[in-house]
Write a protein that binds this ligand. Structure first.
Ligand code: FAD
Ligand code: SF4
Length: 330
């Protein structure tokens, strides 16, 4: 690990100015479960780590107002177990329960979860492998390599790395927003616009500007909240990233879908809202057949590589199963 300067801050504005003063090598430090991991692998070499874990204002969870407000420093385990979130937003609670391990969930924060980096083995493997995300212009080892876990949607010739997080998928389905503080003040970004598709610059992963700190996540209240689920399919039933996942929320009138919210994970380069699938269901009676048709619409445009075509069918079934689970909760 390379030496770095540790800075502990107690106010959000101070944290932002510390990162700006530290220059391009400075980063925020929250639970450390992503950043320390990548530093030990020598993938990240921050010059300054600005510890934000003592910013008390960023810890809270408020489930009583017109929207659900989650502080960026709220721990994954705390939010997953929050009784009102379990009851009113099961998709959010489940997306957290089904991520990582209990030890990690106790350390890891929501802001850090949203900003975790890809698990592409060529990215994490370091120097022997060309990787445009790690070293722009060096190439992409995954294009000709083992691509079993790589993206079917949103990829480019430069990069096909999957966005690995679970929480972001549920948040995109619910039209959540984040409030961020930067050197020029505060602004709000829809979570759907936080992550970029790789295009020609896979090293630029988000739309955050230099020094911008996520303060909180805001989730609008919706009638579909309770009839929601996060369905995650992986190689083993715990402590594994998604091969395919779906966050689904439904508003039903009897057996007929009044409105559906669908986002998929594990399949694309960023959290993927499946609007074609939502439209395919609108006004339809929800049956295993119409659920499957929605799953097919969600995977429209999927481009398989050499080893990952099986995940198209897996994705279709994951969306279809999630819809039937959500229907039972409606
Ligand atoms: P940190 O490591 O402290 O920070 C991560 C990044 O976010 C850093 O670049 C930091 O500068 C930045 N950052 C942190 N907070 C803010 C903020 N408020 N504003 C701006 N920037 C910020 N995740 C899943 O979703 N599903 C899984 O199945 C899963 N499995 C895992 C298995 C393992 C073995 C490990 C190690 C991790 C796994 N994770 C999984 C990822 C884990 O959830 C993330 O590492 C964690 O959520 C990151 O949060 P953190 O607080 O530790 O972030
Ligand atoms: Fe790097 Fe992306 Fe290619 Fe993986 S898929 S090797 S992260 S450029």
């Amino acid at each position: 690990m390379h030496p770095f300067i540790y800075i502990r801050t107690t106010a959000a504005a101070e944290a932002v100015s510390s990162v700006i003063a530290g220059g391009p090598g400075a980063q925020f430090l929250a639970g450390g479960t992503t950043i320390y991991d990548l530093m030990k692998l020598n993938i990240e070499r921050p010059t300054h780590l600005v510890d934000v874990t003592h910013l008390e204002d960023l810890n809270g969870i408020d489930a009583d107002g017109a929207e659900l407000v989650l502080g960026a420093l709220a721990r994954m385990s705390e939010v997953a177990a929050h009784p009102q979130i379990v009851a009113e937003y099961p998709a959010i609670s489940e997306s957290l329960w089904r991520a990582a391990s209990q030890q990690l969930r106790n350390m890891a924060t929501l802001g850090g979860n949203l900003l975790q980096r890809t698990r592409c083995a060529y990215f994490r493997g370091g120097e022997p492998f060309p990787c445009n995300k790690r070293k722009p212009g060096s190439g992409c080892a995954a294009q000709q390599g083992i691509d079993r876990g790589h993206a079917l949607l949103g990829g480019s010739d430069a990069c096909i790395a999957v966005y690995p997080g679970d929480l972001g998928i549920a948040l995109v389905a619910f039209d959540a927003k984040i409030d961020v503080l930067g050197p020029d003040g505060q602004r709000t970004i829809p979570v759907e616009e936080l992550h970029r598709e790789p295009g020609n610059s896979p090293d630029i992963e988000t739309t955050l500007g230099p020094g911008e700190l996520i303060l909180r996540i805001r989730v609008p209240k919706t009638a579909a909240g309770r009839a929601s689920t996060y369905h995650k399919i992986r190689d083993r039933e715990s402590y594994a990233f998604a091969l395919a996942s779906a966050a689904v929320a439904l508003e039903m009138e009897g057996d007929t879908v009044r409105a559906a919210r669908i986002a998929t994970g594990g399949l694309a380069t960023r959290p993927w809202r499946a609007r074609a699938a939502e439209l395919a269901l609108h006004g339809k009676v929800l049956t295993p057949q119409t659920a499957r048709e929605a799953g097919e619409a969600a995977l429209q445009g999927a481009k398989p590589g050499h080893e990952n075509a099986f995940r198209i069918e897996l994705g279709v079934r994951t969306v279809a199963d999630a819809l039937m689970i959500a229907k039972q909760r409606a």
